[in-house]
Design a protein around this ligand. Sequence first.
Ligand SMILES: Nc1ncnc2c1ncn2[C@@H]1O[C@H](COP(=O)(O)OP(=O)(O)O)[C@@H](O)[C@H]1O
Ligand SMILES: [Mg+2]
Length: 212
Amino acid sequence: MRGKFISLEGGEGSGKTTAMHFIREWLEAHNVPYIMTREPGGTPLAEDIRQLILSPRDEKVNDTTELLLVFAARAQHLAEKIQPALEKGVWVISDRFLDSSYVYQGKARGGDMAMLDLLANWVVGDNKPDATLLLDVPVDLGQARVIQRQHQDRLDKESQVFHQKVRDGFLERASMDPKRIKIIDASLSLPLVQQQIEDQLLRLSEAWSGAV
Ligand SMILES: Nc1ncnc2c1ncn2[C@@H]1O[C@H](COP(=O)(O)OP(=O)(O)O)[C@@H](O)[C@H]1O
Ligand SMILES: [Mg+2]
């Protein structure tokens, strides 16, 4: 049976990486075969592209350049890692996926939505996640959590206005596709966030015979 594909979305500091650790423990406890991955990246070539995208640099990064790099990495990630795993019955958990492109390169940077749809249809097509967990936090709380972390990259350093557009953009995506995108209130304490995530994992595993 085909594996389940789950993506985690949300702004910086919303708790995606923290959720990945919890999901890993849950899948192991329930003997579900899985791989954890992330975007941009996930394969050696796609991770090289990630470095190109996220490195702080003096040169202005053209929006179209960033968009194409993200989708180039995604094409490689899907073909070489995600699809082969799903076909073997392995669940794939990705820290970010397609919705981040719509939100960062589209909504937040004012990118061309028709171009995004074109690239999404071409590169992703029907290979969308079975479920997307949107970790939603107010911008101030996300920023306060990011500041606790040491390393900051180019996107972490964007303005408050940018981060608000990111949050609103994700919520808009969720309202457009509520069957796939589940909003997790990530402003709550860790146990309460994990409870919401576990509810979604249970829902997905019920439709996936064999493991749980
Ligand atoms: N529910 C939570 N309550 C309090 N702190 C949290 C919660 N979730 C995550 N954190 C902390 O916030 C910071 C950012 O979380 P992280 O998982 O790295 O976010 P992301 O990967 O989405 O940028 C980390 O220091 C993490 O320990
Ligand atoms: Mg993270």
